[in-house]
Design a protein around this ligand. Structure first.
Ligand code: F6P
Length: 322
């Protein structure tokens, strides 16, 4: 292996820069050349790539976003797009690649390697959703849940001051991990996630009980992918039945994707970036790096699909504590 490139793809997440930095510095330390590819797979096709040295990644570990930019690229799904990508990689002398992204990113790499086996890929899990098999944490999740927690704490202050019921929508198109962590850590009265059936009648009973027992505020955290609808739709259903409540809706949105990564985020992203680079040098390929029980593990790309299980103990605990 001579030159290792790194790129970020799909939704960005805080900690991606720490991971890029670790890849570049580990490659250089091991005597290899390093490069960055811009805007995900679009940069492969456009030849938007550049050589990186030690200073290319200075002063980025604390920054959210990604210095390499990110994108979702339809053209890479076509054989013609992948051929252009291969030609650009060959021109640039790249033979090993660290892909930072989610399951769509790894699926793209898996297909590409079947067609062009001389290019090796290792992945690092980069998504705020924490929904990949093969790792306890994805890069961005810890920062996102802390951002959501801080925002919900603030909403709780104003909710209490006005005796209001708030429906707060957090990100998670297919997964409720952000909702679950943000909701438990803020003492939410209910948490609605796509992994479990949302029982609107049960929710109404619970909120009514709170009203009768003089709770002076209530928070319902809703994952955007909940099957009963988003926060607006669920709030309307509840409002139709509990008209004595003053109900407000707040959508936290993309603030959850930005911001300075937390300390653990930076540490985990650095570990994963360094491990991915070492894995390529050792000849591994077609695997995602993860951290499970604080150990680095390798999971084949084909198995890093989004996972849907929610810890049932957590679900029970929400009912017990609220
Ligand atoms: O996959 C990460 C994520 O933040 C999801 O939680 C969310 O549904 C989606 O990306 C939003 O993507 P976009 O910024 O492209 O709208």
């Amino acid at each position: 292996m001579k030159k290792i490139a790194v790129f970020t793809s799909g939704g960005d997440s805080p900690g991606m820069n720490a991971c890029i930095r670790a890849v570049v510095r580990t490659a250089l330390h091991e005597g290899l050349a390093a490069a960055g590819i811009c805007r995900g797979y679009q940069g492969f096709i456009d030849g938007d790539m550049y050589d990186m040295d030690h200073h290319s990644v200075s002063n980025i570990i604390q920054q959210g976003g990604t210095i390499l930019r990110s994108a979702r690229c339809a053209e890479f799904r076509t054989p013609e797009g992948r051929r252009k990508a291969y030609e650009n990689l060959a021109k640039f002398g790249i033979d090993g690649i660290v892909a930072i992204g989610g399951d769509g990113t790894f699926t793209g790499a898996h297909i590409f390697m079947q067609e062009y086996p001389d290019i090796k890929f290792v992945g690092c899990p980069g998504t705020i959703d924490n929904d990949l098999m093969g790792t306890d944490y994805t890069i961005g999740y810890d920062t996102a849940i802390n951002t959501a927690m801080e925002a919900i704490d603030k909403i709780r202050d104003t909710a209490s001051a006005h005796d209001r019921l708030f429906f707060i929508e957090v990100m998670g198109r297919d997964a409720g991990f952000i909702a679950m962590a943000a909701g438990i850590s803020t003492g939410a009265e209910a948490i609605l996630v796509p992994e479990t059936h949302t029982d609107i009648e049960g929710l109404i009973e619970k909120l009514e009980w709170g009203w009768k027992n003089k709770k002076n505020s209530s928070i319902v955290v809703v994952a955007e992918g909940d099957e009963a609808g988003g926060a607006h739709k669920i709030a309307e259903m509840v409002k139709a039945r509990l008209d004595h409540y003053e109900i407000k809706v707040s959508i936290l949105g993309h603030i959850q994707r930005g911001g300075r990564p937390t300390c653990m985020e930076r540490v985990r992203a650095s570990r994963m970036g360094a491990a991915a680079t070492r894995a390529l040098i050792e000849g591994k390929s077609n695997v995602m790096i993860g951290i499970v029980n604080n150990e680095i593990v390798y999971t084949p790309f084909g198995q890093c699909i989004k996972h849907q299980q929610m810890d049932s103990n957590l679900v029970e605990m929400v009912d017990l504590l609220s």
